[in-house]
Design a protein around this ligand. Structure first.
Ligand SMILES: NC(=O)c1ccc[n+]([C@@H]2O[C@H](COP(=O)([O-])OP(=O)(O)OC[C@H]3O[C@@H](n4cnc5c(N)ncnc54)[C@H](O)[C@@H]3O)[C@@H](O)[C@H]2O)c1
Length: 345
């Protein structure tokens, strides 16, 4: 029986991935690991897990990536074929005040995953990297061939470090690894620390939303279903193991962007979001948006633009993100209405 371990299973992306894996791989066992930390509302993580726990082929383990013994025991017991590492301390701004969390989860935790992959002969390790590794890259769209040696946050530095560590393990131990640089993922049951959810909460409470860099920021928003489709296609095909002329392995290592490919100005984004919030009945039709918007300077750690070149993903896996921002925000707004205002919470 095939076994997949997904870390960060009660997180935003992890819960969607586990859902699809459980539905589409009835004969496989899906092990979800998460430490259920309180970086954001734990009840949202519990809500995501509720659905996963209804699948007979899903098993949840509460545990920390930084606990080496626990990770080793997990791999020893389940002998996973494929591992998808999504657990991480996410967020750029939080890393400015809370660096320890990033070192523990993203560096020590990721190292523990690599070590376990080495000792238990995992067929493919897929792991989350981030568009934030591009820092203030001026050249657009961002390509995985661009140099990314100048991170502007510790979060970005840990994600770039993951790519370097994975490369070394691929080379030294011939472990197939694929890193995925996700671009601003959004959707229903998304992360409350992200702008679209924070903006919505504030507007509902009648507060003012702050739009950074006076609105002159662009983000390449990517709908959650597109991200999950990309992960699943990548999971199925590990980079080939080959031996080089020196008799040593050529690292079975790959890296892809997964991004919508259509960067949107933040003011346009807020406009579409507000229209969809009204449409879903989250906000009244006569809501005075202008009175609740404030244009403010750039924040430390932020970057002015993100823009994915996902052509390598399309070339190798025949897939590129397709869901447009309005369609995605419509689904988000409808979910918000139901979850926060319709009594399911
Ligand atoms: N959402 C995005 O826009 C985005 C963009 C780029 C990269 N990413 C990356 O994708 C991955 C998933 O992101 P997400 O948006 O689902 O975030 P998320 O915070 O919703 O999910 C991460 C999960 O990992 C868990 N976790 C954190 N540290 C852990 C640890 N030490 N041990 C066990 N579990 C731990 C958390 O409890 C959380 O449930 C992360 O690696 C993130 O850095 C996300």
């Amino acid at each position: 029986m095939n076994c997949f371990i997904v870390t960060g299973a009660s997180g935003f992306i992890g819960s969607y991935l586990c859902d699809r894996l459980c539905c589409e791989n009835k004969e496989a066992q899906i092990i979800g690991l998460d430490n259920m930390n309180n970086y954001y509302d734990v009840s949202l993580k519990e809500h995501r897990l509720e659905k996963l726990n209804t699948y007979p082929n899903f098993k949840f383990i509460k545990g920390d990536l930084a606990d080496k013994v626990l990770i080793d025991d997990l791999f020893s017991k389940y002998k996973p074929n494929i591992v998808v590492n999504l657990a991480a301390q996410a967020g750029v701004r939080y890393s400015i005040e809370n660096p320890d969390a990033y070192i523990n989860s993203n560096i020590i935790g990721f190292y523990n995953i690599l070590e376990a992959c080495r000792h238990y002969s995992v067929e493919h390790l897929v792991y989350a990297s981030s568009s934030s590794v591009y820092g203030g890259n001026k050249k657009v769209p961002f390509s995985t061939d661009d140099m990314v040696d100048h991170p502007v946050s510790l979060y970005a530095a840990t994600k770039k470090s993951n790519e370097l560590m994975a490369h070394a393990y691929s080379k030294l131990y011939n472990i197939p690894t694929t890193g995925l640089r996700f671009f601003t993922v959004y959707g229903p049951a998304g992360r409350p620390d992200m702008a679209y959810l924070g903006f919505t909460d504030k507007l509902v409470r009648g507060e003012t939303i702050k739009i950074f860099n006076y609105g002159n920021c662009k983000r390449d928003f990517t709908y959650i279903d597109d991200i999950v489709e990309g992960i699943i296609r990548v999971m199925r095909k590990a980079p080939d193991k080959k031996i080089g002329e020196d008799g040593l392995p050529i690292p079975p290592y790959a890296l892809y962007n997964i991004g919508g490919g259509t960067p949107v100005n933040l003011l346009d984004f807020v406009q579409i979001l507000s229209e969809e919030l009204v449409r879903a009945g989250v906000l009244p039709t006569d809501y005075d948006f202008e009175a609740h918007k404030e244009l403010v300077p750039m924040q430390p750690g932020d970057v002015p633009v993100t823009y994915a070149d996902s052509s390598a993903l399309e070339r190798d896996f025949g897939f590129k993100p397709m869901i447009d921002l309005r369609t995605g925000l419509r689904k988000f707004a409808e979910w918000y209405k139901e979850y926060y205002m319709g009594g399911s919470k």
